[in-house]
Design a protein around this ligand. Structure first.
Ligand code: BGP
Length: 467
């Protein structure tokens, strides 16, 4: 039986927009998602899990179930309703109260500044494609570092990769643009510059505590490792989702291989990038200043060569087999692989997490520390006898923790794990049917019910034994 270190964090993850509700309360400014969900989806973020009011309940549950860390994000538009300018004191007070409650329950908050929720005024103005918004983000970050001195762990952004993909490739995040690769890379790059500027400020101002970034890193394998075209397809997909942002984080530049891949993708699909010398000076200054890397890992993909027209069909409803993903001159995902997958077509492959951790260790040796900041199983949970017998989730988490223990044994410095999600929350493009939590939320009454996995997690946190 495998064991995790005694000082390991057994956390749960949340995000402001997916948990808080109260989207228009106490002076909060609108975010692009408010309008986008109203216009395009069958659900909204109101009241979500009502974390805005029920955080004392959730933190009490953390204490009871041994959850000693929580990922929380600050909603930028609660602090600056239009993204900049006058501060909304009610928003500031809310987060002070939330962090005080964390302290009371001895749950360490890991605080993210941006988890997909740019204020609407800035989003409609180009979001991070507009360089002016980098300045606004940095001003917001500076304000938070100074104001919330009780926070020990800061994350600038959650998932720069999926933001660019969701907004400009898959088109399932506002503004819903599809297949625009130049916008994808430009968004990644500009957000990485914003990250680096925030990190540089944090370190130069001498704040106590740690700072890092959270990247989603799905591992990409060639469908046929003996076919060089499949190998290339996997490399190109990896550049889009992982390598470009990892290079920016830890090299402070894009390697020659990365840029060759980007040049190929843009030559086939059109578009050009605005990468400036001053950007690289900023990235270089920050590259050794990241105290930790957060890795969100849910799945791996198998790639085949592909030269036809780009087409992506996103499976929002959980009808297994509903996905299609093929990119011109890059590759296509092959779902017919001998590994299990969720109803949303996410391929379950724990070894992909091990490989991804070891890849960071090997290719970016200036990383200091890793937290697995999200991992979990989206499932159509059945609520029976006041609980959920979620053995599939326990099995999923167990298998992923085992490979984390292996990676630690092989020299990786992994210090904690945050299950996505602490309690059920809403899923951006999949609604409320896709549940992940340790605690079941009845979205009508907002009551919380521990699932079987919560009891399992409690035992794990107590003994560190993965059984
Ligand atoms: C990550 C996000 C989370 C969460 C999770 C599950 O990309 O950081 O916010 O939503 O994925 O994804 P989904 O809700 O699409 O199932």
């Amino acid at each position: 039986m495998k064991k995790l270190p005694i000082d390991f964090i057994f956390g749960g993850a949340t995000a402001a927009y997916q948990a808080e509700g109260a989207t228009q309360s106490d002076g909060k400014g609108r975010v692009a998602w408010d309008t986008y969900l109203e216009e395009n989806y069958w659900y909204t973020a109101e009241p979500a899990s009502d974390f805005y009011n029920r955080y004392p309940v959730d933190l009490k549950l953390c204490e009871e179930f041994g959850v000693n860390g929580i990922r929380i994000s600050i909603a930028w538009s609660r602090i600056f309703p239009t993204g900049f300018g006058e501060v909304n004191q009610k928003g500031v007070e809310y987060y002070h109260k939330l962090f005080a409650e964390c302290k009371k329950r001895q749950v360490e908050p890991f605080v993210t500044l941006h988890h997909f929720d740019t204020p609407e005024t800035l989003h409609s103005n180009g979001d991070f494609l507009n360089r002016e918004n980098i300045n606004h983000f940095v001003t917001y970050a500076e304000f938070c570092f100074k104001e919330f001195s009780e926070v020990n762990y800061w994350t600038t952004f959650n998932e720069i990769g999926p933001i660019g993909d969701g907004q400009y490739l898959v088109g399932k995040f506002p503004p819903g643009i599809k297949y625009d690769f130049a916008k994808v890379f430009q968004s990644h790059h500009n957000m990485m510059v914003a990250h680096a500027r925030a990190v540089n400020h944090f370190k130069e101002a001498g704040y106590l505590g740690e700072i890092g970034v959270v990247h989603a890193l799905p591992t990409k394998y060639p469908y046929n490792p003996n076919n060089p075209a499949d190998v290339r397809a996997a490399e190109l997909e990896d550049i889009i989702h992982n390598k470009f942002i990892l290079d920016a984080t830890y090299l402070g530049e894009y390697s020659a291989e990365t840029m060759a891949g980007v040049a190929h993708i843009l030559a086939v699909n059109g578009g050009s990038l605005d990468l400036r010398e001053e950007d690289f000076a900023i990235l270089k200054q920050a590259k050794d200043r990241n105290d930790f890397l957060g890795i969100n890992y849910y799945m791996s993909d198998w790639m085949r060569e592909f030269d036809g027209e780009t087409e992506i069909t996103h499976n929002s409803t959980g009808d297994k087999g509903g996905s299609k993903y093929q990119l011109k001159g890059i590759g296509r995902r092959e779902f017919d692989v001998d590994v299990p997958r969720t109803d949303w077509d996410w391929m379950i492959y724990p070894k992909g997490l091990y490989d991804q951790i070891m890849r960071v260790v090997k290719e970016y040796p200036n990383y200091k520390k890793i937290y697995i900041t999200e991992n979990g199983l989206g499932y159509k949970d059945e609520f029976i006898d006041g609980t959920v017998y979620d053995d599939a989730r326990i099995d999923y988490v167990k298998q992923h923790l085992e490979v984390i223990a292996d990676a630690i044994a092989d020299g990786a410095n992994v210090k904690g794990y945050f299950l996505w999600s602490l309690m059920d929350v809403f899923s951006w493009s999949n609604g409320y049917e896709k549940r992940y939590g340790l605690f079941y939320v009845d979205f009508n009454t907002q009551e919380r019910y521990p699932k079987k996995s919560a009891y399992w997690y409690k035992q794990l946190a107590k003994t560190q034994l993965i059984e």
